[in-house]
Write a protein that binds this ligand. Sequence first.
Ligand code: ATP
Ligand code: MG
Length: 501
Amino acid sequence: MLAVHLPALPETGLLPVHVSGATRSGPRCSVPRYIATDGQLRPAKDSHRLNLQSRTDATPTLRIIPRDQHIISRKNISKAALRVLYRLNEAGHTAYLVGGAVRDLLLGLQPKDFDVATDATPDEVKRLFRNCRLIGRRFRLAHVVFGPEIIEVATFRGTGEEGGEGDRHIVDGRIVRDNIWGTIEEDAIRRDFRVNAMYYDISDFSVRDYVGGMQDLEDRMLRLIGDPNVRYHEDPVRMLRAARLAAKLDMQIDAAAMAPFETLGPLLADAAPARLFDESLKMFLSGNGLKSFRMLEHCGLLKFLFPATARALRRGDDALRSLVENGLANTDARIHEGKSVTPAFLFAVLLWGEVRDVAHQLIGRGVESNEAWAQAAARVVGEQCQRVAIPRRFTFTMEEIWSLQPRFEQIQRKRVFRLMAHPRFRAAFDFLLLRADESPAMRELGQWWAHAQQLPQDVLASALPAGGGAGANDYVPAPVAARPPRPRRRRRKPGNKSGSA
Ligand code: ATP
Ligand code: MG
């Protein structure tokens, strides 16, 4: 029982319950059945000439799906993307909507961004659009900017084996620069998954499928283009993309694409930490966080991206699993409701288990509590940032959320009001609610604070012990199970301040 009882709320007398165990499975997107499976078939025009086999072990075979046999409508394509497509077309270039946008539109989903592929070079694109800037070294791209919306325009990329225009740089099998222009067929087989290599043609509204993406959509199967070993060596982040897209699209990862995860997962350690940060946000802050997390675990990839999270979960703490899963489910729910979310809260959730355990270990060894939490946070954040570059502004907030947790146990008037006024109180309180499954006492503590916030200030103040001096006897700390044993303090002899002889 908590030492300090609060009066019932004036209106309802009920305690609000904030922790939601609900998980959103998200819309199940089914492939529209009326996609024709017998679209026109003809061999890709250049496939006999290109030595495509050696790079991706894939031979493109074009299937054209005419407008009346697919569901993509211009109504669902952003106006900005349509303008870019038409403008390139009018200037005599071929231009297609490509990648995730085509895939999502075929699944009846609203794409998150619209990418364009063209035979125009980045410089030619720049000359056509005043609102265009060229970006990227690894991949040179044109960004055409329409207010908040950016349409990414990429020139068809080649395999480089026929000595195409541009340059490619490979180090230890990894592509570090890739600016060789090519044909649409080459561009198709350089993409990652077959479902990501379909092109919507603005000139006749057909869909061009070079590698069997339509079939995979119907099978709900993510298949990699080419040899998975080669493709993951080229870019290990493709493994994470497999997990993310499978979660987002409710698809399975093909066995051949999944098989190398265990042996090639360690390659993720060499991926750029800033890129892994972006990829983590796409995984966890796009409304499919819980599904992505479960998929990462299922595929055995979690340990390569968040080693501390995987370690803490392996120690078999059910309360920690429910904290992580509820945290992700709540984040998904907020995103679906259009509410704001912060990466700091997400990473605080993912790393909590390890931080808490390290802090408890240090306290067990006699380190003072505040110091122990600070050291634990620094250690865990330091390790994680070597993989995933979490910017300082977020790690700072994470450390605040963690370090405020012990302060929720101090139910004294001044301390309660001081904590409520803390700029990070709300996030820290939401975090406290996620810890409800750690113990009944923790759940009760969360409910106490939820209730306290609903009360008028004067009512709350009069219910709280003053704390300090004589009043300190009124204060009994909130009981928290699983609190680490406190190291016994040695009493100093009176007059011996330094403790030395
Ligand atoms: P999302 O729905 O998250 O936007 P997406 O597949 O569109 O998914 P993007 O990062 O927008 O992902 O990439 C656009 C397209 O670029 C992909 O569909 C794919 O064709 C290609 N692509 C992206 N990343 C890679 C990669 N690492 N290797 C090969 N092709 C890639
Ligand atoms: Mg996309």
